[in-house]
Ligand binder design. Structure first.
Ligand code: NAD
Length: 284
């Protein structure tokens, strides 16, 4: 692509607080390209009542180099794409779309690759044979896929809505061709956590708006590794408790930063600076 200027966007609902636009704009500028990253939200006045297809086509025809796609469109965008990378197609969810000069579109899932990179960076050498993940929503789908394709052999996914947990398990098991994931009820999940090598929170519990933890943390001991996808606040009650116990921890910033790092590389072909993108993320 031409690196004199970079035009990117995020299509999703309620995205005014997203830290992704600033990460891309600062990184592009630091690499010498005038970079603009627009929020495209059909709940705002400017785009109200526009369908995903209209918003997507508008960006494509206007010469955008790439789009991030977030809730509630990560599945709905698939039929609009010309090509889909294998991981994203297997999972059935796309969060990054590269738009070529001629308008050809390719979908990727950098939530999956970003979580995996954070895992390697934040928990190198951790035993990953068995794990429990609490939360089977949008983020949970990408995290579970990432865990079982990056070392976890047996993953129990627990949710208050057991149907969601079971649907996630069957989707991922059929995608990867082995019975790696089991969907279970979140009530009473503490025994499974006590027996596992590690646990990941993929629920909103721990956010300032959802204080507390998704499970009783008295099941944790120092031999567990503990991950959280929540990053507002940076140190959730779960992570603080785990650190006090001496557990190895992985906070939610790594996934949030690395999904953008991987997307920037795909959008531009340029190698981003992880430290610079992390600094922009943390400064917001
Ligand atoms: P979602 O609403 O799609 O899914 C949340 C799931 O958690 C639901 O299935 C719900 O039933 C379940 N749940 C809620 N409370 C529970 C509990 N106490 N026990 C068991 N299950 C419970 O949400 P999402 O889009 O998957 O996002 C989850 C969180 O991820 C967000 O709240 C946000 O804090 C965080 N997030 C992190 C990143 C990142 O890059 N690190 C990106 C986006 C969102």
């Amino acid at each position: 692509m031409n690196h004199n200027s970079i035009l990117l966007g995020l299509i999703g609902e309620d995205i005014s607080l997203s830290r992704t636009p600033a990460m891309h704009e600062a990184e592009g500028l630091a690499q010498g390209a005038a970079t603009v990253y627009r929020r495209i939200d059909p709940l705002t006045e400017r785009a109200r009542n526009r369908s995903l297809e209209e918003l997507f086509d508008a960006a494509r025809f206007a010469g955008f180099n790439g789009l991030n796609i977030t809730h509630p469109f990560k599945q709905a965008v698939l039929p609009l794409l010309d090509d889909i990378a294998e991981q994203a197609a297997q999972l059935g969810a796309v969060n990054t779309v590269v738009i070529a000069e001629d308008g050809h579109t390719t979908g990727y899932n950098t939530d999956v690759t970003g979580f995996a990179r954070g895992l390697q960076e934040g928990l190198p050498d951790a035993t990953m044979t068995t794990a429990v993940q609490v939360g089977a929503g949008g983020v949970g789908n990408a995290v579970a896929y990432s865990l079982v394709t990056n070392g976890v052999e047996h993953l129990q996914v627990a949710d208050l809505d057991i149907n969601r947990a079971q649907a996630l398990a069957s989707n991922i098991n059929s995608a990867i061709g082995r019975e790696a994931v089991q969907g279970v009820d979140a009530r009473g999940i503490e025994d499974a956590i006590a027996a596992a090598d590690g646990v990941v929170n993929a629920t909103p519990m721990g956010m300032s708006t959802h204080p507390g933890t998704a499970f009783d943390v008295s099941c944790l001991t120092s031999r567990h590794w503990v991950g959280d996808v929540v990053y507002m606040p940076l140190e959730t009650e779960l992570l603080l408790t785990a650190q006090e116990l001496g557990c190895r921890t992985l906070d939610g910033t790594r996934m949030a930063i690395h999904q953008a790092v991987d997307a920037f590389r795909l959008f531009t072909g340029l190698e981003p600076s992880v430290d610079r993108m992390r600094a922009t993320f943390l400064a917001q």
